[in-house]
Design a protein around this ligand. Structure first.
Ligand code: ADP
Length: 213
């Protein structure tokens, strides 16, 4: 759902009335503005949904006392991995470095996840991992990726219901570009998504547009 938190003039006026006189019923607010209750309903709904106002049955509306930046922080802390994750690109552990490089170009991603024959996560390949392997004089078609990848258990992962802000923090702390989104499956982890710096950037852009899921 897309919600706008930028308030229009009438919503600002309502906010002031409730701030000064709340708790106040919708009926009373309408009277003060010489509008009908029905006309006000969408504005009150927006103000309540955005967290500026709270409504109690038979008491009316009251001001929550939260500032725009507090509400923004609350909003950010509600965004989960599942809301922004991308599709993961995986390769088998016996794939050659040569084929992994081709996959990275074809799929247009910067990180590949490596799985075993049970489709469980076993490794991660970054652009630099593949570049480093290419610096030697080995035949890249002969080297399997499991020789050069970063392997389990040293992989930083996240799950669908993790907070995106915590994942962003991990990307910075560990100085990596991407995390696999995983879920437990039997003895291992199944890769169900990917969070990259691009996904985090998208959150920033959406917040600036006041559009957050
Ligand atoms: P690049 O190496 O292309 O700059 P990264 O910064 O993502 O890309 O990767 C740095 C190193 O960290 C690489 O060796 C890579 O294998 C490893 N790496 C990348 N993502 C993860 C992850 N989620 N968990 C653990 N290691 C990772």
């Amino acid at each position: 759902m897309v919600s706008k938190i930028e308030l229009n003039e009438r919503q600002e006026t309502i906010l002031q009335i409730v701030k000064n006189e709340g708790p106040i019923t919708g009926e009373h607010i309408a009277d003060k503005l010489s509008l009908t209750r029905a006309t006000l309903r969408p504005d009150l709904a927006i103000l309540t949904m955005a967290g500026y106002l709270d409504a109690r049955p038979r008491v009316g509306y009251f001001y929550t006392g939260k500032t725009g930046s507090q509400l923004l922080t609350e909003k950010i802390k509600k965004i989960q991995v599942d809301d922004y994750k991308s599709i993961p690109v995986v390769v088998q552990e016996n794939t050659s470095v040569y084929d992994a490089i081709c996959t990275m170009f074809l799929e247009d991603v910067g990180t590949l996840f490596v799985v075993n024959k049970n489709t469980h996560l076993v490794g991660v390949l970054s652009r630099k991992d593949l570049l480093r392997a290419s610096l030697g004089r080995q035949d890249l078609a002969e080297i399997p990726v499991n020789i050069i990848m970063t392997r389990m258990p040293n992989i930083t992962v996240c799950s669908n219901d993790d907070l995106l802000i915590e994942v962003a923090n991990k990307l910075i702390e560990k100085q990596i570009d991407a995390l696999p989104v995983v879920k437990e499956e039997g003895e291992g982890l199944e890769v169900i998504g990917r969070i990259t710096k691009t996904n985090i950037t998208k959150v920033l852009v959406d917040l600036a547009k006041n559009e957050v899921i």
